[in-house]
Design a protein around this ligand. Structure first.
Ligand code: ZN
Length: 261
């Protein structure tokens, strides 16, 4: 791990985002641990602790590479915080992404030397060649496509039978979000869209995506699924949908927004 340290007041209570291997430690009540470092049930070295932000006027800290908690049932996906609180989920997303950044930037990708953390911004710097890295963020587009009374939903090859969502794909190098939306839809289901409208965005720490959401109108073309990505896709009546993502996710929010239009 890269060495870093923060000015830490041991007596001041805060929220503790303890991360190990992409998972988050939660109390038996499913909550983020709260209190002072001294009365936390887990021990942590100062260089394992990183400042994350504030929540309810209290400091939030990341504890990285924690491997002293053997109880497997204490480790959770950040998804379990989605339904608790949007800000808390966002802090958990930041904790997981920063932890992954620290874990994967110990050595310089350009010359192979050890890297160190910059003290005034979240970046890793190689003192030998000057190569500087920031936490990786992968932008992804979500597109909710409708035609009168119907929405186009697809089931990814990664999802269980019966679970459908709107189309999604990663933005490629030197591509606008809008171009990515049009290209992904054409590649995944073979249809053309028009009238693209921005809805919003959501950090998605699995492992480091930034979801951006759009709605669009169907223009032309028959559904032809991309074999490796899409297991099935179809037009569904907006009043009679299969199982879709929950309302706390951006895709779930877009689907519900289209239903209410
Ligand atoms: Zn270097």
């Amino acid at each position: 791990m890269i060495k870093h340290s923060i000015a830490l007041t041991k007596s001041k209570p805060g929220f503790w985002f303890i991360v190990n291997k992409g998972r988050l430690y939660l109390t038996s009540d499913g909550l983020v641990p709260q209190g002072t470092l001294a009365n936390l049930t887990v021990a942590a070295e100062p260089e394992q602790i990183c400042w994350l932000g504030e929540f309810k006027q209290q400091p939030c800290y990341l504890v990285v590479d924690h491997d002293q908690i053997a109880d497997e049932s204490s480790w959770h996906s950040a998804r379990s915080l989605l339904t608790q609180d949007e800000t808390l989920f966002q802090l958990a997303a930041r904790a997981l992404q920063v932890a992954l950044f620290l874990q994967t930037h110990r050595f310089c990708g350009q010359c192979g030397s050890a890297m160190h953390l910059v003290n005034w911004e979240l970046a890793a710097l190689c003192s030998r060649c000057g190569h500087r890295c920031y936490p990786r963020i992968a932008p992804c587009v979500l597109v909710g496509i409708t035609r009168p009374g119907q929405i186009l939903l697809a089931r990814s090859t990664r999802h269980k039978a019966g679970f459908f969502s709107i189309l999604a794909g990663f933005v490629e190098s030197a591509e606008t979000l809008e171009q990515a939306a049009v290209r992904e839809v054409k590649e995944e289901v073979g249809v053309d869209i028009t009238n693209l409208r921005y809805v919003g965005s959501q950090p998605w720490p699995f492992p480091h995506s930034l979801m951006t959401g759009f709605t669009a109108d169907y223009q032309q073309g028959d559904i032809v699924c991309q074999p490796n990505e899409i297991a099935e896709a179809a037009w569904f009546d907006l009043n009679d949908l299969p199982e879709v993502p929950p309302a706390e996710t951006l895709s779930g929010r877009i689907i519900r927004q289209l239903q209410q239009r």
